[in-house]
Design a protein around this ligand. Structure first.
Ligand code: ZN
Ligand code: FE
Ligand code: FE
Ligand code: ZN
Length: 264
């Protein structure tokens, strides 16, 4: 079983291509399922330039429905990548409630007002202690896990995106956040887009996955495609990494219920 559950659409204003082209790519690669997970609308002007507006959620649902109509025999999941940001939980929950989503990926992209994964703001890393930054990031990710909003935790160690590594051992941070993820019963988005970023590594790293495996935290696969050609990219490497960490199952989602199947 192989699925790509982290796929964007042009509604977020920084992805290109039609939904049918993403699906065609998944079919050409022999994937078993694709799931769209575009950036969710957020309140109060939060990162507005890089996401759909609240009024566009119906259009997003219609795009996924259009893809399903074009490929009726291929499983196409209706997901969303929702930002976790303290104070926005109720708004996000209410905004998503009317939709028959298959899964919600929860991601942390901001610490305070700093969009730390945005290349335009990478200079901020130089003003911070990297270990403290990792602590702050993983603490926020643990709150995301405990929020009850999500089914999957997105690109779990994206804080490493530009290659900043703390001098101190980060395993205690991994253990703490994975304890929260495990307690909440969430899966991890094993996300190959890190290979296309300066860090040149899958999210999350092997050590993180080994701890996750020891806690029985399930996993799913994502490319974070922002163009059709990225669908399923480097999945052989992701499967290798998962195998190295001791995984032989992958999770799929339907109507926000998880099923674990053999990883292939
Ligand atoms: Zn994006
Ligand atoms: Fe993301
Ligand atoms: Fe994404
Ligand atoms: Zn993402």
């Amino acid at each position: 079983m192989r699925v790509d559950y982290h796929v964007h659409t042009r509604l977020c204003k920084h992805a290109i291509g039609e939904v049918e082209d993403y699906v065609r790519r998944a079919l050409a690669l022999g994937l078993d399922e694709i799931g769209f997970s575009d950036h969710n609308p957020m309140p109060g002007g939060y990162d507005d330039a890089l996401r759909m507006g609240i009024g566009q959620l119906p259009e997003y649902a219609a795009l996924v429905a259009r893809a399903r109509a074009a490929f009726p025999k291929f499983p196409i999941r209706f997901g969303i990548e929702a930002d976790f940001h303290d104070g926005t939980e109720d708004w996000v929950r209410a905004s998503l409630a009317p939709y028959a989503l298959d899964y919600v990926i929860g991601s942390v992209h901001f610490l305070g007002t700093w969009g730390f994964d945005n290349p335009d703001h990478v200079a901020q890393f130089d003003r911070r202690d990297i270990f403290e930054l990792y602590e702050e990031y993983f603490a926020k990710l643990a709150r995301a896990a405990a929020s009850g909003l999500f089914d999957v935790i997105g690109h779990p160690d994206v804080i490493k995106k530009f290659g900043h590594r703390p001098a101190r051992d980060v395993e205690p941070l991994y253990r703490r956040v994975l304890g929260a993820i495990s307690a909440a019963g969430l899966a991890l988005d094993v996300n190959t887009s890190g290979l296309r970023k300066p860090v040149r590594e899958i999210y999350p790293t092997l050590r993180f996955l080994q701890v996750a495996r020891s806690l029985d935290v399930p996993v799913t696969l994502g490319s974070d495609a922002h163009e059709p050609g990225h669908v399923g990219e480097d999945f052989d490497r992701a499967v290798e990494l998962l195998t190295a960490a001791g995984y032989n199952r992958i999770s799929v989602f339907e109507a926000r219920r998880r099923h674990d199947l053999p990883l292939g």
